[in-house]
Design a protein around this ligand. Structure first.
Ligand code: DGL
Length: 267
């Protein structure tokens, strides 16, 4: 048994979609969330910059005495999971392995699509993870650079014509390939799930990377005897102003934000 909180970070607020699932599967755990809102998005930046930012995010959470770190950002995970795991003597969870395994479990025709940021797609992390589990699967990736800015600005409704036009263009090549399973390889994308599902069609299974990872975190921490079972408190930290945080964060969490929110500076 371990009463320390679980630390979760993302470049912005997208990682709250993973927190939402974590709260469902581990309601009695304390969670500390860091959203690097002052520097979002990471997905258009270089490997060096993403590695530096992700390292600072992890160090901040480690400094708060967390018992595990969840990198709830596909971009940071694709680039910096190895470095962060090597640095800390505690479990570090990434959001690429669990959804890759889930996609392989769900696909019937072995045609799997991945959407993510430019950096995630460029890293090849998903293709590599899928190749290791299912070498015979056909895998296609599409970068969707406008999705994160749209979502961070509260533009995610299926009826929004800008969102529809952008999603239609990004997803067309994956539809043409006939993928039957699509990994949302960015924790911001579950907010666009409605429009993505509509465009891909009802026969395409959608895999939410943060949600699948939350289940893995619950299972693994349980097996390691690292769960508390007595908490349930939430603390949120952001690197930009806290103004408007509750309103926007509640959209990602699907419920009103409880707990405290503070602005911090990362070194
Ligand atoms: N939620 C992050 C991810 O999963 C967003 C990336 C970004 O900041 O561009 O990749």
């Amino acid at each position: 048994m371990d009463h320390r909180p679980i630390g979760v970070f993302d470049s912005g607020l997208g990682g709250l979609t993973a927190v939402k699932k974590l709260m469902e599967v581990l309601p009695r755990e304390d969670i500390v969330y860091l959203g690097d809102t002052g520097r979002v998005p990471y997905g258009s930046r270089s490997r060096e910059t993403i590695t530096k930012y992700a390292g600072q995010d992890a160090a901040f959470l480690a400094g708060l005495g967390v018992k595990a770190i969840v990198i709830a950002c596909n971009t940071a995970c694709s680039v910096a999971l190895g470095a962060i795991s090597a640095e800390y003597d505690m479990p570090v969870f990434g959001v690429v392995g669990p959804p890759a395994a889930e996609a392989v479990r769900l696909t019937s025709n072995k045609k799997i699509g991945i959407i993510g940021t430019v950096a995630t797609v460029r890293s090849g992390a998903y293709v590599e993870a899928l190749r290791m589990i299912a070498p015979d699967a056909e895998v296609w990736s599409a970068a969707c650079p406008l999705f994160v800015p749209l979502v961070e600005n509260g533009r995610a409704s299926a009826g929004d014509i800008v969102v529809r036009a952008v999603a239609g263009e990004y997803l067309a090549p994956l539809r043409e390939r006939g993928v039957d399973t699509l990994i949302l390889g960015c924790t911001h994308y579950p907010l666009l799930r409605g429009v993505i599902s509509e465009i891909m069609g009802p026969d395409v299974a959608i895999v939410d990377s943060g949600a699948v990872t939350a289940q893995r975190v619950a299972r693994d921490l349980g097996e390691m005897d690292l769960l508390s079972g007595e908490g349930g408190r939430r603390r949120y930290f952001v690197t930009d102003s806290t103004e408007g945080f509750s309103e926007l964060a509640s959209i990602f969490l699907g419920l009103s934000v409880g707990g405290s929110v503070e602005q911090v500076t990362l070194e």
